[in-house]
Design a protein around this ligand. Structure first.
Ligand code: HEC
Length: 153
């Protein structure tokens, strides 16, 4: 058997691990950077007139069932019409992100809520939550009503 210097073996192991994790696990940060950041900005802080912050009151309640369902529905159905977020009014359109898999959408939501908003105690989103949202129908108006309900004190 050929002898490999220890650092060569280590490099192979690290590279192999990276390749495997890229294939197996959806990378929420990568999805966010590729898709969401254009509108929601770095750190998901939002931009008045363009797209709301994702790291305020909505993320703070992402552990609650009504809010989790709302977030999954926004990604699978988009959102349009007037909302007030962190004191700013938006009356715009977010396109549904159905080009992404349930795994990618779940990873992106988990990244936003747990990493960017710092709500580390909120359980990660599961692909099944996104699949359920994808399969359901909801009107833009009903989705905004669900937002209000999920944010109500
Ligand atoms: C083309 C721009 C655009 C892209 C891309 C986009 N969004 Fe949005 N998003 C918006 C806009 C605009 C709204 C608010 C719509 C309105 O005014 O009703 C919104 C709303 C939201 C909301 C609801 C926020 C709230 O306060 O209720 C969430 C959650 C969200 N986006 C997450 C994401 C995630 C995660 C991605 C990436 C997978 C993404 N968005 C991609 C523009 C975008």
């Amino acid at each position: 058997m050929r002898w490999y210097p220890p650092h060569a073996l280590l490099a192979t192991a690290v590279l192999g691990g990276t390749l495997i994790s890229t294939v197996q696990a959806a990378d929420g940060q990568a999805v966010y950077q590729q898709v969401c950041v254009a509108c929601h900005q770095a750190g998901a802080v939002g931009a008045p007139g363009l797209a709301p912050s994702l790291v305020g009151a909505v993320a703070a309640r992402a552990g609650q069932p009504a809010m989790r369902q709302y977030l999954a529905l926004v990604l699978t159905h988009g959102l349009q019409g007037r909302i007030v977020s962190e004191g700013q009014t938006y009356n715009s359109v977010m396109p549904a992100q159905t080009q992404l898999s349930d795994e990618d959408l779940a990873a992106a939501l988990s990244h936003v809520v747990r990493d960017l908003a710092g709500q580390a105690s909120v359980p990660a989103f599961a692909a099944s939550e996104l699949a359920q949202a994808r399969a359901s129908t909801v009107s833009p108006k009903a989705l905004r009503a669900q937002r209000d309900a999920a944010l109500a004190p």
